[in-house]
Ligand binder design. Structure first.
Ligand SMILES: Cc1ncc(COP(=O)(O)O)c(C=O)c1O
Length: 419
């Protein structure tokens, strides 16, 4: 076995927190498909997704957020006008954007920080308080106990939307995430493991099987096609560790920050994005295997340490490890050199619960305590699991976590930890 050497990275080398393969070999045929349109790649993609995720129908959309907007619109069709939508209090800010688009009163349920799954008591409170549509969103590919959620929602006649945007490569009971809801949402954004530069899809099942015509989004137009291709080319060029330091250093790109983006009109997936998704499907599947392997090596290499906690996968699920979530008592600030951690692709999770977002606050039907979500906002970080991580970097990630807080440090709450 060759000895492991840790080379000091060049100053601009910056590991990505997450990687979705998008080789030039996938971008160029998409340009050709756009310039010389033949068979619409969206039809083939929709059919492949429908078959893979076991749905009655599939609607490709401009983004995962738009697919969720569409899901909420369909789910809210038949319910009372004052029905409430329940969202996880700790999640991607795009859930808030989709709820703002729906304009319905919102209740937030807390998560269990040990598993990132809904806290059953907190979910029960939202159901008793009138939630008729519940959005459940597995984070970082950590599967949720779908049967338990379904049983709980069924008892109150509430509809369950599966937001599987982060579910690439993950299974629950042998079926992929995205195969579980009457309405399931997929995202093909840059950081989702399988990408067409952008995009999303809504999967319809059960009582929604015949809503396909009603769910058709507006066309995105030439501008959407051009911007999908430009975004994909930029991702191909700069989304690699040797060059990622360049976009990271441009403040207005706000890479690595969690930003609230207001909802936009729902449009259909660009043809170019569909062509890229078809071309990268195999690579995305291989990438999921690499993520699971790296996650297993990282988990095996973590030493028991005060202030460091892993997230427990629920029995019955196979995580996709889009990133490897970890709870650190003082978050990134507890590393001796947080900048070095960031350059290795270690990243903070969402900095605030959704209750802190002003556009959503106006829709909140209730203010409840959210201790789990507040704790996650303070402590949750992620380790990179993707295939661009070298063995040396993986070892360095482990070294940083296994020495976390060893110099003694004071966290933002003023508590002092000394290992
Ligand atoms: C859980 C979740 N839902 C929805 C979305 C929205 O997906 P998109 O970026 O494709 O709009 C994201 C994106 O990060 C997400 O993580």
């Amino acid at each position: 076995v060759a000895p492991l050497t840790l080379r000091r990275p060049a100053w601009f080398r910056h590991q990505l927190p997450v990687h979705s393969p998008l080789p030039m070999g996938a971008v160029l045929p998409a340009v050709a498909a756009w310039l010389r349109p033949g068979a619409d790649p969206r039809l083939r993609l929709a059919e492949e997704l429908r078959a893979h995720y076991g749905a009655n129908a599939c609607v490709p959309c401009g983004s995962g957020t738009q697919a969720l907007q569409l899901a909420l619109r369909l789910a809210l069709r038949g319910v009372e006008s004052d029905a409430r939508v329940a969202l996880p209090a700790f999640s991607c800010y795009d859930l808030a954007a989709a709820a703002v688009h729906a304009g319905q009163p919102v209740l937030l349920y807390d998560l269990d920080p040990d598993t990132l799954a809904p806290d059953p008591d907190a979910l029960e409170r939202t159901l008793r308080a009138g939630a008729r549509v519940v959005v459940a969103a597995p984070l970082y590919g950590m599967p949720l106990d779908w049967q338990a959620l379904r049983t709980q929602c069924d008892a109150h006649g509430a509809l369950l939307i599966e937001d599987a945007a982060q579910g690439a490569g993950a299974d629950w009971q042998g079926r992929p995430l995205g195969a579980w809801g009457d309405l399931s949402v997929l995202s093909f954004g840059r950081g989702k493991g399988w990408t067409g530069g952008r995009g999303g899809a809504l999967l319809l099942r059960g009582g929604f099987a015949d809503a396909l015509m009603e769910a058709q989004p507006a066309p995105g137009g030439a501008h959407a096609e051009a911007s999908a291709l430009a975004g994909a080319a930029a991702q191909n060029l700069l989304g690699r560790p040797a060059l990622y330091g360049v976009p990271m250093s441009i403040p207005w790109l706000r890479l690595g920050e969690t930003v609230y983006h207001p909802p936009r009109p729902v449009v259909t997936l660009p043809r170019a994005a569909a062509a890229m998704l078809l071309a990268t499907r195999g690579a995305a599947e291989r990438e999921a295997g690499a993520r699971r392997h790296n996650a297993a090596v990282l988990l095996a290499g973590l030493e028991p340490r005060q202030g460091v906690r892993t997230v427990q996968p629920l029995p019955g699920g196979e995580p996709g490890y889009l990133r490897l979530p970890l709870r650190l008592d003082a978050g990134l600030a507890g590393f001796a050199d947080p900048g070095a951690a960031l350059r290795l692709g270690i990243a903070p999770s969402y900095p605030q619960p959704l209750s802190a977002l002003p556009p959503l606050r106006t829709l909140l039907a209730d203010r409840t305590d959210l201790p789990g979500s507040l704790e996650l906002a303070r402590t949750l970080i992620t380790l990179p699991t993707h295939s661009l991580l070298t063995r040396g970097e993986r070892a360095e990630v482990l070294r940083l976590v296994n020495t976390y807080g060893s110099a003694g440090w004071i966290n933002l709450a003023g508590r002092c930890y000394v290992s």
